[in-house]
Design a binder for this molecule. Structure first.
Ligand SMILES: [Zn+2]
Length: 163
């Protein structure tokens, strides 16, 4: 693996929407009457990015690396976890070429917050915002996401070996 030029990874995450939690997606607090339930800050997009990075290098997944039984990760800022994971990726000689994300939420409307999310993620990943794609989609009122019970994220990342 060490000599491979490119590695691709896929990440997926879903969290329940509940009352009395802030809604944090892509490191941005989005105004809404509910937020995502989880042991950490439950940032569904950053969790999917982390799993895509780990998957690209066939490393342990996010649940193994940051177990929800470990109090150190309670209400953890997921952007800090992302930074730690990307440090491990870079230590293996890989850098992100580009990243493509879907956030699937029936509500609230996320489109207005996407530029802010890119501004948060770009410096964390050492990328230009042009190399980060984030699409906001609904679930056409179908299934748990469509019933506004949950929010989902899907991410594909391409890693390139530099040097
Ligand atoms: Zn998660």
């Amino acid at each position: 693996m060490a000599e491979q030029q490119y590695r691709v990874g896929i990440g997926y995450d879903i969290h329940k929407l509940v009352e009395n939690r802030p809604l944090i997606i892509g490191g941005v607090e989005v105004p809404y009457d509910r937020g995502l339930l989880g042991h950490s800050d439950a940032d569904v997009l950053i969790h999917a990015i982390i799993d895509a990075l780990l998957g690209a290098l066939s490393m342990d997944d996010i649940g193994t690396m940051f177990p929800d039984t470990d109090d150190r990760f309670k209400d953890a800022d997921s952007s800090v976890l992302l930074k730690r994971v990307y440090d491990k990726v870079q230590a293996q000689g890989y850098w992100i070429n580009n990243i493509d994300c879907n956030i699937i939420a029936q509500a609230p409307k996320l489109m207005p917050y996407i530029p802010q999310m890119k501004d948060v993620l770009a410096p964390l990943l050492g990328l230009d915002t042009m190399d980060i794609s984030i699409k906001a989609k609904t679930n056409e009122e179908l299934d748990a996401v469509g019933y506004k019970l949950a929010i989902q994220a899907q991410v594909v990342v391409l890693l390139e070996r530099i040097g």
